[in-house]
Design a protein around this ligand. Structure first.
Ligand code: TMP
Length: 221
C-alpha cells in the first residue's frame, strides 16, 4: 500500500443496534461538511462480496462450519480492501465501513468460539492487519436489538426468511455483545462504544462527538 492519507472509520454493533442508520446519518453529515466519503459494507459491497454474502446469509446453509464462515468473511473483506478501501484511503478520502474485522472477532472469534487469536491470524494474512482509525460500536441491550431486527425483517418484503445469522439463539447474540466488550476493553482509544438508546438524532449526536475530534487528520476535498 502506498502512502495512506485518508481516514478509515467503521461501524459495529449487535443485531438491531441501529448501526446502519447511524452510518447513513454520519455519511450525510460528513458530505455536508465537504468531505469525500466512500462507503463499504461487509460482507458485500463488491460484486464478488455480494455473492459471498448470499452464501453466508442463506438460511439453508445451517451446516456451514465456523472456519468456512470465517474464511468467507475474510474473502469478501480482502476483495473490498483491494477494490474499495485501500484505493480510497490512498486518494485521501474518508472510508466508512458497515462492519469490519471487529465483527469477525465478536461473531466468529467469541460467539462461535474460534478465538480472537485465530481471527487475528487470518486478518494479518488477508488484510495485512489493516485497522480502522476509529470504530463506533452502537451499544444496545441485546433483547431490545433483536426485537428491532425481528420487526425490521417482518416489515421487509424482500427478506422472506430472517437471515441465517439473525436466527441464532439469544445466547449466541449475548456472546457477540461480550466479544465487543472485550475489544472495547483491549482497545479503548480506537474502539468506542456509543449508547444506542434514544432516537436516531440523539444517537447521531453521540457518534458525532466521537468522530469530530479526529477529522483534523483529513481535509475536506
Ligand atoms: P448485517 O446484518 O450488519 O448486514 O451483517 C450481516 C450478518 O453477518 C450479521 O448477522 C453479522 C454477520 N457477520 C459475521 O458473523 N461476521 C463478520 O465478519 C461480518 C462482517 C458479519
Amino acid at each position: 500500500m502506498g502512502e495512506r492519507r485518508g481516514l478509515f472509520l467503521t461501524f459495529e454493533g449487535t443485531e438491531g443496534s441501529g448501526k446502519t442508520t447511524q452510518m447513513r446519518l454520519l455519511i450525510q453529515h460528513l458530505r455536508a461538511e465537504g468531505y469525500t466519503v466512500t462507503e463499504n459494507q461487509e460482507p458485500g459491497a463488491t460484486a464478488i462480496g455480494k455473492e459471498i454474502r448470499r452464501i453466508l446469509l442463506d438460511p439453508a446453509h445451517s451446516e456451514i462450519a465456523p472456519m468456512t464462515e470465517l474464511l468467507l468473511m475474510f474473502a469478501s473483506r480482502a476483495q473490498a480492501a483491494a477494490e474499495i478501501i485501500i484505493p480510497a484511503l490512498e486518494r485521501g478520502e474518508i472510508v466508512v465501513s458497515d462492519r469490519f474485522t471487529d465483527s469477525t472477532l465478536a461473531y466468529q472469534g467469541e460467539a462461535r468460539g474460534l478465538s480472537f487469536d485465530t481471527v487475528l491470524q487470518v486478518h494479518r494474512l488477508a488484510l495485512n492487519s489493516l485497522l480502522p482509525d476509529l470504530t463506533i460500536c452502537i451499544d444496545i441491550d441485546i433483547p431490545t436489538g433483536l426485537a428491532r431486527a425481528h420487526h425490521r425483517n417482518q416489515g421487509s418484503r424482500s427478506v422472506k426468511n430472517e437471515a441465517r445469522i439473525d436466527q441464532q439463539s439469544l445466547d449466541f447474540h449475548l456472546r457477540v455483545g461480550e466479544g465487543y466488550r472485550k475489544i472495547a476493553a483491549a482497545e479503548p482509544e480506537r474502539f468506542r462504544l456509543a449508547d444506542g438508546n434514544g432516537n436516531p438524532a440523539e444517537v447521531a449526536e453521540r457518534v458525532w462527538r466521537e468522530v469530530s475530534p479526529i477529522l483534523s487528520r483529513v481535509s475536506p476535498i
